[in-house]
Structure formats: C-alpha cells, structure tokens
Design a binder for this molecule. Sequence first.
Ligand SMILES: Nc1nc2c(ncn2[C@@H]2O[C@H](COP(=O)(O)OP(=O)(O)O)[C@@H](O)[C@H]2O)c(=O)[nH]1
Ligand SMILES: [Mg+2]
Length: 193
Amino acid sequence: MYDSAEFVKGCVDWDQLPDDGRPEVAFIGRSNVGKSSLLNALLKRKQIAYTSKKPGKTRELNYFLVDGDVYFVDLPGYGFAKVPTHVRKKWAGLIERYLTERPPLAGVVHLIDSRHPPMANDEDLIDFMRGSGVPYLIALTKSDKLSGNQRTNRVRRVNEQLADVGLSVPVILTSAQDKRGIRELRTWIGDLV
Ligand SMILES: Nc1nc2c(ncn2[C@@H]2O[C@H](COP(=O)(O)OP(=O)(O)O)[C@@H](O)[C@H]2O)c(=O)[nH]1
Ligand SMILES: [Mg+2]
C-alpha cells in the first residue's frame, strides 16, 4: 500500500480535473492545519506534499496519484485573509462544486487542529458535508502537542458538536510527528476505494 505516489497536477478550474474516473480521496482544512504534513506521513514521503509555514500558499486542487489507482486531492486551505473577496469566492465555488458534484469523490478527510475548537469555517464544512452523502472523516491534527487528557477531551468535544448537528462520523487523533492515527486513516481510506 502506498508504494508509489506522484504529484500529477494542480487544478484551478473544473475543466482541469482528471477525467479518467479513478476514485479520489480529498483532504481539506484551514491553512496551516497540518494537511501537507499529514499527507506526507500518510504516503510515507518526506516532501511529496509541500509543507509550508506560509498560510495560503496552496491555491490549487493538487492531485497525487497513489499506487496508480487512486487520487489523493489536496484541496486549497480555507481562510486566506489576504486574498481579494472575488478570488476567495471563486475558490469557495469550485470547492463546493467539487464536494457535491464530483462523481469519483469517494471520501473526504476534514482536518481540524486538535488544539483548538472547530472554527467558523470548519463548522460550515461540517454542515455542508452533512448534506453531501460523501463518506466523511474528521482528523484532529498535531495531537502530539496535547496531553493524554486533552486528547480524550478534544475528541469528546468534537463528537458532541457533531451530535448537536445530527452527524455521526469517525473522529480520529492524528500526528504527522509521532504518526498517531496514520494506520487508522489508511484503513478508512482502504475501505473506501
Ligand atoms: N507538532 C506538530 N506539528 C505539525 C504537525 N503537522 C504539521 N505541523 C506543523 O504545522 C505547520 C503547518 O504544517 P503544514 O503541513 O504545512 O500545514 P498545511 O498548511 O495545512 O499544509 C508546520 O510548521 C508543521 O511543521 C504535527 O503532527 N505535529
Ligand atoms: Mg499545505
């Protein structure tokens, strides 16, 4: 599993999305949440997904072909304060369309920083995914920065928030640093595709 992984392309428009029908697993979260790091850990690569301390560097839907048969899609992080509104709207439109109208989309991994409560954007996405019918998982990132008690509490809090909106989906603790949750994530993805 994950013996090969290669960057295929970055897409900024619907027409640029691949049309070969391979299943896709999308990764989404705010800038700096640890998305590139988690993708690297998942794919056992050091640098395949670009890790940057600069928020908002990734503005494209970045396609990685994994083992020749599934795409991992690194979606643009949300929360770009410095981007003009019309640009942000275009991205939001593309992402919403992608999440609802993309036939090969097999599952969505939503990354939320384990140290903080979900932000407004995260709550919007949770709400959005509730109606989408696409298999969905929440990965709480950077869990190595929490104590054991904090880890338990964060998962419970997120589960309570999900229950409040009538959603029941897996919530897992992850860390690109100590690799917590990586195996669980691989299993979940493996069951999808
Ligand atoms: N301690 C810790 N830091 C992390 C982890 N994942 C990412 N980071 C750090 O968080 C920052 C943002 O990571 P990055 O993967 O570029 O986030 P992205 O913007 O969501 O792609 C970097 O400084 C990473 O080193 C993690 O699991 N544990
Ligand atoms: Mg990134």
